[in-house]
Design a protein around this ligand. Structure first.
Ligand code: FE
Length: 205
């Protein structure tokens, strides 16, 4: 089985936000899609380890902010590489205002869609939320950033693998570019930068 076939699927990128008791949080996902048109519904799968996941589960509301090609790597670091359990991801961020279903991010995005959860499916590692669209708005006409666009144009280019040669094996995180040196990468390894698992690392040739 060729696991790389999964990379042939194209994805968008989103800041999914939620609000609970006046506290705001959000995380980066590539899993938002429209699932029905009438009624208009979207779905999003969120990893249970994300603080945002529990907030959506408890409040039944979320906003999907669609990331555009104007987004900087800073946006991904702010919402993707740290946890809302430890920090307020919106601190010092001027690119958002409070919406009824979570923060509306207008910096590095081109539209937002707010939804009310109708159904939640437990998928083990993730919860899949299916929500009815309550409100939405187009902010500008900058094209949406696909996951491929992020890899090609937004994520910093990794430096040449240090200690390559010399028989050392380097593994690079496909998500953020972090490099791990070692013959095999431990199965339970978690990227210290973006928190993705060992399966998201590839051997640097
Ligand atoms: Fe990473």
């Amino acid at each position: 089985m060729d696991k790389k076939a999964m990379f042939a699927i194209s994805y968008g990128l989103f800041v999914v936000t939620a609000a609970e008791q006046g506290k705001h949080n959000g995380c980066i996902t590539n899993t938002v899609m429209q699932v029905t048109a009438d009624p208009n519904r979207i779905s999003v799968a969120v990893n249970k380890s994300n603080h945002t996941c529990g907030m959506i589960e408890r409040t039944g509301r979320f906003t999907a902010n669609i990331i555009s090609q104007a987004a900087t790597f800073e946006l991904f670091k702010r919402f993707g590489f740290q946890s809302g359990r430890d920090v307020n991801k919106f601190e010092g961020f001027s690119g958002a205002w409070a919406g009824e279903c979570g923060m509306i991010v207008f910096e590095g995005t081109n539209a937002w869609i707010a939804a009310e959860v109708e159904r939640t499916v437990d998928l083990g590692t993730h919860l899949l939320f299916i929500g009815k669209v309550l409100d939405m708005e187009t902010l500008n006409d900058t094209p949406s950033a696909t996951y491929a666009y992020y890899q090609e144009h937004i994520k910093p280019k990794p430096r040449a693998a240090e200690g390559g040669g010399e028989g050392k094996t380097v593994w690079r995180c496909r998500i953020c570019g972090y490099e791990y040196t070692g013959e095999e990468i431990p199965e339970d390894f978690i990227c210290p930068i973006c928190k993705h698992p060992a399966s998201d690392f590839e051997k640097v040739p």
